[in-house]
Design a protein around this ligand. Structure first.
Ligand SMILES: Cc1cc2nc3c(=O)[nH]c(=O)nc-3n(C[C@H](O)[C@H](O)[C@H](O)COP(=O)(O)OP(=O)(O)OC[C@H]3O[C@@H](n4cnc5c(N)ncnc54)[C@H](O)[C@@H]3O)c2cc1C
Length: 520
């Protein structure tokens, strides 16, 4: 058993292994000749001190050596058994495919978007020319919504799977080793595409199939059993087990399910804005340093409170990041956040959202499980239509102007490439969101002195925080509660909220199916 040692070290020394080793000897009174090996197992920032310190959790091996773990990729087998079909090549779909291959089962994936490289051209089209391709955008395409993201890899859903296993797999496919030890690991959207490509190469080399530009357009269901799916309105593909991992933005899938009388349930989600500050200001608040010292990463924050029974919270905070246009169809305006691995843009952005529940969407005329989707979509379209130029330019309001109910004379500098224009977000957003957001922001201003500043602005609309629908599945078999052979999976089905939890759900569903096939 290793001896656990905690060291607190100033940032400029935390990556100097000779220094860390000396501190191990001095602080803990160990002798060099008694140490077989040592390794950092957890790294976090302690910003409570006058000068922030890096907290290192170190395993020191005195009588033994660290266990050598088996390379994950060597555990993949050729997929010779019955094929399992997967719809969607996001984290849920790809991690499901890998799990099937661990068990010798062949995955066949259909993805409506393009491969990760070709997808870049469509992102440029949205950023620079306002053209939203409904099959290839920030949410759709190889790697799913997580590809051109911040690549934050933490989750609160630790009980839903093996977080360390997902991190190990990502590292083997090219993610930096730091993700294994950082308290808040992240990859960055410059590195994610290569990792996704490497995963695809392994899936294909083991006999799996991946079809791009292949959208599921119909389900063939007979007497409660899923018999086949139709791809691109053309090709009927018979299926025994179908993993449906189409993400939270595939509204056509939700509509199709309802049209086929497949049960779906409306579910609470959250909606609001992106808030953008200068990164230097967030660094100053969190680290009390301006500029922050070289070895500290761009500072982040996480805020939440309850106002009148509604949750108000920061969401997907991107230090040193960019705000991006995340619409999935023409005629809607949605923003989200991403960053590169260095997180070195001069802006800090975060979703700042309010929970939306049945009190809001339950007033819709039709209650068929899609009422929350319609509510979400209505606000996205209204925000888009407000701007007569029909572009992806987003409405913006200075933070103080939002709180005081006035139009901003000027907009602040922003990372959002399609541009912003001054508008009364306090008039454009639903009243419930405006009232609670105002109160929440005031509370956050008390917790982070300097957060409420004229240098910050709100940009709308942040609405794709999680799925507004749950596709019900049996707790044990993970099959749809009414349709045999259909396995709702990942974020779109309401069982995940982020890259890690979607990947874990993919593994979980795939393992259930693989077991079933093996037992047959
Ligand atoms: C800009 C942005 C930044 C984000 N940043 C982070 C972050 O830093 N950390 C984090 O944890 N999460 C982040 N997220 C959220 C995260 O990406 C999702 O939670 C995660 O990708 C969900 O995984 P999934 O596999 O369930 O679905 P998705 O990733 O949404 O994948 C679904 C896939 O299904 C495909 N599909 C949809 N319909 C069909 C169809 N009819 N036929 C065939 N294929 C179809 C889509 O094209 C897509 O590729 C971010 C999201 C966005 C948009």
């Amino acid at each position: 058993m290793p001896r656990k040692i905690i060291l607190q070290i100033y940032p400029d020394k935390a990556n100097d292994s000779d220094y860390v080793f000396k501190r191990l000897l001095n602080d803990v009174g160990l002798r060099a000749e008694n140490i077989n090996s040592w390794e950092i197992v957890k790294r976090s920032i302690d910003a409570r001190k006058k000068r922030p310190q890096i907290r290192l959790e170190i395993d020191v091996f005195i009588n033994d050596l660290p266990k050598q773990s088996i390379a994950y990729r060597s555990t993949l087998k050729s997929g010779n058994r019955d094929a399992v079909h997967i719809i969607g090549a996001g984290p849920a779909g790809y991690f499901a495919a890998l799990k099937l291959l661990e068990n010798g089962v062949k995955p066949i994936i259909y993805e409506r978007g393009k491969d990760v490289q070709a997808r870049r051209r469509d992102l440029r089209q949205i950023q620079q020319f306002d053209n939203v391709n409904p099959d290839s955008n920030y949410c759709f395409g190889e790697g799913g919504a997580g590809t051109y993201s911040d690549g934050k890899l933490y989750t609160r859903a630790k009980k839903r799977g093996d977080v360390q296993n997902i991190l190990k797999i990502l590292q083997e496919y090219g993610a930096p080793a730091d993700i294994q030890i950082d308290a808040h690991p992240h990859i960055g959207s410059n590195k994610l595409p290569k990792i996704i490509q490497a995963i695809r190469n392994d899936i294909e080399s083991k006999g799996g199939e991946i079809h791009f530009n292949a959208r599921l357009t119909d389900f063939i269901i007979e007497k409660g059993i899923l018999k086949a799916v139709v791809i691109n309105d053309l090709t009927e593909v018979p299926v025994n087990h179908l993993i449906l991992a189409t993400g939270h933005s595939a509204r056509d899938i939700y509509n199709l399910l309802v049209n086929k009388n497949v049960k779906v349930e409306a579910k609470p989600f959250a909606m609001g804005v992106r808030i953008e500050h200068p990164q230097a200001l967030i660094d100053q608040i969190q680290y009390r340093q301006k500029p922050r010292e070289l070895h500290l990463p761009a500072a982040k924050y996480s805020l939440s409170c309850q106002i009148n029974g509604a949750g108000v919270f920061s969401f997907c905070m991107c230090p040193g990041g960019f705000i991006v246009p995340a619409a999935t169809a023409p005629g809607e305006l949605v923003v989200n956040g991403m960053s590169l691995s260095k997180r070195d843009s001069p802006f800090a952005n975060s979703g700042m959202v309010v929970s939306v529940g049945p009190e809001q969407y339950g007033r819709e005329k039709q209650l068929d499980g899609l009422e929350a989707v319609r509510y979400q979509s209505k606000v996205e379209q209204a925000i888009f239509q407000f701007n007569e130029s029909a572009s992806q330019a987003a409405p913006a309001q200075g933070l103080l102007d939002f709180l005081n109910g006035r139009l901003s004379q000027d907009t602040c500098p922003t990372s959002y490439i399609p541009g912003v224009y001054s508008a009364r977000l306090d008039h454009l957003l639903p009243e419930h969101i405006v009232l609670n957001l105002k109160e929440g922001l005031k509370q956050f201003g008390k917790r982070m002195k300097g957060y409420l500043t004229k240098e910050a602005q709100l940009i709308g609309l942040e609405s794709r925080t999680s799925a507004p629908v749950r596709i019900p599945r049996d707790k044990e078999s993970l099959e749809h509660t009414e349709i045999k052979g259909l396995y709702p999976c990942g974020e779109g089905a309401g069982y995940a909220g982020g890259i890690m939890s979607a990947a874990m759900d993919g593994q979980r569903v795939a393992f259930k199916i693989a077991q079933k096939i093996i037992d047959q």
